[in-house]
Design a protein around this ligand. Structure first.
Ligand SMILES: Nc1ncnc2c1ncn2[C@@H]1O[C@H](COP(=O)(O)OP(=O)(O)OP(=O)(O)O)[C@@H](O)[C@H]1O
Ligand SMILES: NC(=O)c1ccc[n+]([C@@H]2O[C@H](COP(=O)(O)O)[C@@H](O)[C@H]2O)c1
Length: 172
């Protein structure tokens, strides 16, 4: 059985990693979708699809399961989004998500969806991580080591600080 799990992974953090660990116990192969793949260099979406591919690929290497990492751009049309995902991904039998819209769209398309409990959500949340980077607070203990190394390699903290340091830069 092959599973599918999509997130923006801005950045890929220990909550996502915990969810992947749980999914890996339920499926034989896994597809990880890099959502909003066209977005980067903003306070809410600082990292490119390619950078997120690196964070995810290097982090999940510790799990003993074949994993495909597939960037997926957003569409203006929710009603056909599942078809779009299916056109970009290896075929999958079950989708994993805690996102209400994603769950609804997959279920309406007849795809089985499994949810898992949030893991330490009070700190393991992308927006919390991005605020910590902007404020110069500890963040690297909250992401898998390989993802932290990628963020450091690309100057990710300097980037998010710089793109957040303008009038009207928007929410993180
Ligand atoms: N701490 C967590 N434990 C388990 N699942 C999580 C956790 N954080 C996010 N998820 C789930 O992972 C998927 C991808 O989430 P996403 O990439 O939006 O991360 P996020 O932490 O919610 O980021 P943001 O704050 O940027 O929206 C969603 O289904 C989300 O519910
Ligand atoms: N119409 C669309 O393009 C559409 C619909 C539902 C989810 N998505 C994407 O799927 C991803 C879902 O991930 P999150 O759970 O991290 O929000 C996001 O990148 C989101 O933009 C896109």
């Amino acid at each position: 059985m092959r599973g599918f799990y999509i997130g923006r992974f801005q950045p890929y953090h220990a909550g996502h990693h915990h969810m992947v660990e749980e999914i890996a116990e339920q499926v034989d192969e896994l597809v990880l979708g890099i959502g909003s793949a066209g977005d980067s260099h903003t306070p809410r979406n600082p990292f490119t699809a390619g950078e997120r591919v690196m964070m995810v690929t290097k982090s999940v290497a510790e799990f003993d399961i074949p994993t495909y990492v597939v960037p997926i751009e957003d569409l203006d049309r929710n009603s056909v989004w599942v078809s779009h995902v299916q056109s970009m991904s290896p075929a999958f039998d079950v989708a994993f998500s805690n996102n209400p819209l994603v769950i609804r769209l997959f279920e309406e398309a007849g795809v089985e969806v499994r949810q898992s409990p949030m893991f330490r959500r009070e700190i393991l949340e992308g927006s919390e991580l991005r605020e910590r980077m902007i404020d110069g607070e500890d963040w690297d203990s909250l992401v898998p080591d390989p993802a932290a190394a990628v963020i450091k390699e690309i100057g990710g903290v300097e980037r998010i600080q710089q793109v957040s340091d303008t009038d009207g830069a928007g929410d993180t």
